[in-house]
Design a protein around this ligand. Structure first.
Ligand SMILES: NC(=O)c1ccc[n+]([C@@H]2O[C@H](COP(=O)([O-])OP(=O)(O)OC[C@H]3O[C@@H](n4cnc5c(N)ncnc54)[C@H](O)[C@@H]3O)[C@@H](O)[C@H]2O)c1
Length: 244
């Protein structure tokens, strides 16, 4: 199951999992988009389903569907995420809490419910959370010159929370054979302004932003038995951005 599956990175994770033979539950806020993506994925029958990860009933409902139709859950990618962009001085408390609700709260709800299914199968499972380099370090305000997408304090807090919850759940789900790891991407190119791309890239040893498919290798590694002795880790994929 992939959350936020029809977005830029979620779509890539679905493609990679499907190509590797998984039966994918494509979940996001819009049924038609989920359905459409599920139908175009290679391999076995996939499923498109609406899930709002910030709503406990919505998460519970999809887990019931997965149990009924697929019988088990092996891989969960907690990818859904939102951000807000105003300067922090203008942030409403409601917006601050909404980012925490969806990003950190949504990851919590999916782990809480998804791990139950994984435990029932007795086969363990792999949970992959999507963090961010901004859950590890602050963003640099000097690089946001020609774009209005300034990174926010609540996004950073939500991602730091996800990275820490990864460790918590790795410890608490280890007895059931469930591994929990995190992928923290650096900036991925998505038609940002030229000035931003140039400024951002100057801070990266590899001198460029990431491409959306460059996280697939890590996702497949963590999803598979190739990473069978690895849990509680945060894989930072950032072209070396945090290395200097
Ligand atoms: N793109 C980057 O540069 C980058 C860098 C670091 C981390 N990330 C993280 O990667 C993940 C995917 O990002 P993206 O760039 O593909 O963003 P995106 O906006 O393209 O996709 C996010 C998806 O999440 C969905 N979503 C939003 N609220 C939801 C909710 N309540 N319930 C379920 N789904 C919901 C959206 O509909 C969207 O399809 C996010 O967690 C993001 O924070 C992205």
């Amino acid at each position: 199951m992939v959350t936020g599956a029809t977005g830029q990175l979620g779509r890539q994770f679905c493609q990679a999992l499907a190509a590797a033979g998984a039966e994918v539950w494509v979940t996001d806020l819009e049924q038609a988009r989920c359905q459409q993506l599920a139908e175009t994925l290679p391999g076995p029958q996939h499923h498109g389903w609406v899930v709002d990860v910030g709503e406990p009933q919505s998460v519970q409902a999809v887990m019931g569907k997965i149990a009924a139709r697929s019988g088990r859950l092996d891989i969960l990618i907690n990818n859904a995420g939102i951000a807000v962009f105003e300067p922090f001085e203008e942030r409403s408390f409601a917006d601050f809490m909404r980012v925490l609700q969806v990003n950190t709260g949504g990851t919590f709800l999916c782990i809480q419910q998804g791990s139950q299914l994984m435990r029932q199968s007795g086969q363990g499972g792999s949970i992959i959370n999507i963090g961010s380099i901004y859950g590890v370090v602050s963003s640099d305000p000097r690089i946001y010159t020609d774009c209005n997408r300034k990174n926010s304090e609540c996004y950073s807090a939500s991602k730091a929370g996800i990275i820490q919850m990864t460790r918590y759940f790795a410890v608490h789900l280890a007895p059931y054979g469930i591994r929990v790891n995190c992928i923290s991407p650096g900036g991925v190119y998505n038609r940002q302004g030229e000035d931003f791309v140039a400024h951002y890239s100057r801070g990266v040893p590899m001198a460029r932003m990431g491409q959306e498919e460059e996280l697939n290798g890590a996702a497949l590694f963590l999803a598979s038995e190739e990473s069978s002795y690895m849990t509680g880790q945060n894989l930072i994929i950032d072209g070396g951005r945090l290395s200097w």
